[in-house]
Design a protein around this ligand. Structure first.
Ligand SMILES: Nc1nc2c(ncn2[C@@H]2O[C@H](COP(=O)(O)OP(=O)(O)OP(=O)(O)O)[C@@H](O)[C@H]2O)c(=O)[nH]1
Ligand SMILES: Nc1nc2c(ncn2[C@@H]2O[C@H](COP(=O)(O)OP(=O)(O)OP(=O)(O)O)[C@@H](O)[C@H]2O)c(=O)[nH]1
Ligand SMILES: [Mg+2]
Ligand SMILES: [Mg+2]
Ligand SMILES: [Zn+2]
Ligand SMILES: [Zn+2]
Lengths: 211, 211
């Protein structure tokens, strides 16, 4: 309705500004605690030398995520929404005024922890990335078709805990495939498992980012 | 605004109907996959003989939760919201028309998986119960002050996994205490741990329910 249309007008301005500055922008959407900040911490630490990152961290309250990420990146802005259940294009517009976009290759917008509302709000991003974790249960893709449809990339994290939880990986993959055959699904973890030499399992994500 | 005011009028009608029928109604709010349905499954199975339960299961899509709960309870209604991020009083009003309220002691409304939007929508319940799980990380109470304020009872589930995750229990308890000194916090699990003779850790929750 009216709110959405106004949002989309501002999103279009953001999108133009991002294109002008040559910044690839990701809207990262996932449930509370699915591991968004943890993946970003590892990404900034490991790829911070080959790509220049900026981050917008969205939360109702606290600056905990912004502080965690600021340890590894000097272009971080924390947005607090109060009781707003999703970031909107105007909040993003205000926040990027505090960044030097020309100096960035990639801007990651960590949306408020919420699998639903952020899907409907364009922020001006190039792609939406949807994130799930094995501890949430294997039915979450089926339960959130809107996000699976809208995402170019889907991440399934905390794969290190697979042996400790009831999670039917075949069923989850099938749900994703039938909802969005075009989406890429990457199974990752920031924590170690014996069969991962690197200590974590983030290379598929790093490869996708760099391409 | 207008939507909220209309919702509250219908919520008041629901509340009167619940009181009339002598049903204790809980609005259960928690993130996707925090374990709401699992706790309800165990509750229906273990207390179904001493208390008469009804359940409303709210999800964007699928009837998976409703089907899981219908195995243990014959008064279950599944509500699908489409892309609605919270149950509203009108959806509850429609759903209870399909229940025999007079035959119930307790009605549990499992809200859509979302820690934010359901907080603002009165459904006519007696109490809101907020639920977190250790796999989400220990900052979730601090990040969702609205829910912690509004809840009479807070549940922290998946306590069986505490040894496998980074979770500062002292810090989490402190956050809850400072946000809402009046709230009760119960630490529970539906899965076994060696030091729990019963095979799970739900007795604090069962005791609270029965009182
Ligand atoms: N075992 C394991 N735990 C993880 C992994 N990723 C994150 N965690 C844990 O999951 C919890 C939540 O991680 P965060 O990165 O804060 O999650 P988030 O999605 O940013 O949370 P919000 O921003 O509050 O929605 C923390 O306790 C992390 O240590 C993983 O790959 N494996
Ligand atoms: N280890 C462990 N796993 C649990 C526990 N409770 C639930 N789970 C697992 O967590 C996942 C999600 O459980 P659900 O009960 O479906 O969670 P939910 O909150 O109802 O999810 P939505 O209704 O989709 O928001 C499932 O894989 C469960 O097996 C617990 O106490 N311990
Ligand atoms: Mg985060
Ligand atoms: Mg459920
Ligand atoms: Zn919303
Ligand atoms: Zn909402």
């Amino acid at each position: 309705e009216n709110v959405l249309r106004l949002n989309d007008e501002i999103a279009a301005l953001n999108r133009a500004q991002f294109r002008q500055a040559g910044v690839f922008v990701i809207d990262l959407i996932g449930a509370p605690g699915c591991g968004k900040t943890s993946v970003l911490e590892a990404t900034l630490r490991r790829l911070g030398n080959c790509l220049k990152f900026g981050v917008l961290a969205g939360d109702l309250a606290t600056s905990r995520d912004g502080e965690r990420l600021a340890r590894w990146c000097d272009q971080v802005v924390q947005i607090n929404t109060g009781n707003g259940c999703h970031l909107d294009a105007n909040q993003v517009r205000q926040a990027i005024g505090r960044l030097r976009l020309e100096d960035l290759d990639v801007l990651v917008i960590e949306n408020v922890g919420n699998l639903i509302c952020p899907v409907s709000f364009d922020l001006g991003q190039a792609v939406k990335v949807g994130m799930f974790s094995v501890t949430e249960g294997d039915d979450k893709a089926a339960k959130h078709p809107g996000l699976v449809h809208a995402a170019a990339l889907l991440l399934l994290s905390k794969m290190d805990l697979l042996a400790h939880v009831k999670f039917d990986l075949v069923r989850f993959r099938q749900d994703v495939q039938s909802l969005n055959p075009g989406a890429t699904l990457l199974e990752i973890s920031v924590a170690p498992r014996e069969d991962w030499p690197q200590g974590d399992h983030l290379d598929p994500w790093f490869t996708w980012l760099k391409t």
